[in-house]
Design a protein around this ligand. Structure first.
Ligand SMILES: *[C@@H]1O[C@H](CO)[C@@H](O)[C@H](O)[C@H]1NC(C)=O
Ligand SMILES: *[C@@H]1O[C@H](CO)[C@@H](O)[C@H](O)[C@H]1NC(C)=O
Ligand SMILES: *[C@@H]1O[C@H](CO)[C@@H](O)[C@H](O)[C@H]1NC(C)=O
Length: 305
């Protein structure tokens, strides 16, 4: 009887802790919106101009997959990407997380990219950029997780962002988009032009809004919520598995990752190793600690009764 009460009290306390946490480690609605807005802004500003750049839309299924992967805190690509025909950009940093900054970092790779011969400067990474502006990738979903430690990355308290794209970009020998006058070669399904991007015609948009989010047709057997499956899937040999030394400089990418990515694996990685002594979310920790103390006291009081 008493034990039951204690267990209940502890459980209730745990619920409070659990419900306190997500707010601080999930991507906010605002962040999600700005990720989409920034992608579209960048897509509408590529040089040379794009004849068939499409608008990207947020997709809940991609978001859920990204969430399932982000919590794993592994500095490698989701091994299921290929099978799911999905692209992925990763961002890790122990500086305070800023969506605009992360998006800008990816986009600025255009400086090292040459559209004419579709190549990236030696020892540079352009894969985040090309995935961002890949005309065929029309859906996007991202997730954020704060990782105390990360497998494969010698940083602590890492802000980890995972963005998944569908269909995947970065195919070998394919350019991210067709060069030409803006919107001059839009696909039939996206005949209208809005801020340099191919978008559905107004009436189609109305229809799609009504029918509950058609989204991309992802293989339904793969959902990030099935832990068992993800565990087993992560044992698949992964093409980007190579070690690199932690150098402590910004934006160091694994050679092999870069190479594979550039060979069209539809993947890209990024890390930021700016070290800051700041721990912006330490207040969460102290709230949790005091809650545990309170729960402990409550439990003791109940035992006394
Ligand atoms: C691509 O073109 C640029 C500019 O002309 C040149 O500097 C670069 O070496 C070329 N890269 C490849 C791989 O051909
Ligand atoms: C846009 O152009 C690229 C490059 O030519 C092509 O591979 C792709 O199929 C086109 N995308 C769309 C959505 O029409
Ligand atoms: C998860 O996936 C595995 C492997 O495909 C399957 O055996 C298992 O039944 C699934 N579990 C749930 C809860 O769907």
């Amino acid at each position: 009887m008493l034990r039951g009460t204690v267990v209940c009290a502890v459980l209730a306390g745990l619920c409070v802790i659990v419900s306190l946490r997500p707010a601080s480690c999930q991507l906010s609605q605002e962040d999600a919106e700005s990720i989409v807005v920034l992608h579209n802004r960048y897509r509408g500003r590529v040089v040379p101009s794009a004849a068939n750049m499409t608008e990207v839309k947020w997709d809940e299924k991609l978001k859920i997959i990204a969430e399932g992967y982000a919590v794993k805190c592994v500095w490698e690509h989701n091994p299921d990407l290929e099978e799911m025909e999905m692209g992925e950009n990763l961002f890790a940093s122990n500086a305070p997380f800023n969506t605009n900054k992360a998006m800008e970092k990816w986009f600025l790779e255009y400086l090292d990219y040459d559209y004419n011969n579709n190549s990236c400067l030696e020892d540079k990474m352009c894969g985040h950029y090309t995935q961002m502006v890949w005309a065929k990738s029309q859906y996007l979903g991202c997730a954020f997780h704060r990782c105390d430690t990360m497998e494969g990355l010698a940083l602590e308290k890492v802000n980890f962002l995972v963005c998944n794209y569908f269909p995947a970009g970065n195919y070998v020998a394919e350019k991210p988009y067709e060069e030409g006058e803006w919107c001059s070669m839009c696909p039939e399904t996206l005949p209208q032009c809005d801020q340099n991007l191919c978008v559905p015609s107004d009436d189609v948009e109305e229809e799609t809004k009504d029918s509950s989010s058609p989204g991309p047709e992802l293989p339904s057997t793969h959902t990030a919520t099935n832990d068992t499956e993800l565990e087993s899937a992560s044992q698949f040999p992964h093409p980007t598995m190579t070690d690199t030394k932690e150098t402590g400089t910004e934006l160091m990418d694994r050679e092999k990752v870069k190479e594979d990515q550039w060979n069209g694996e539809g993947q890209a990685t990024d890390r930021e190793t700016v070290r800051t002594s700041e721990q912006p979310q330490s207040n969460v920790g102290s709230v949790t600690t005091s809650l545990i103390a309170i729960i402990g006291l409550v439990a003791l009081l109940m035992l006394e009764l």
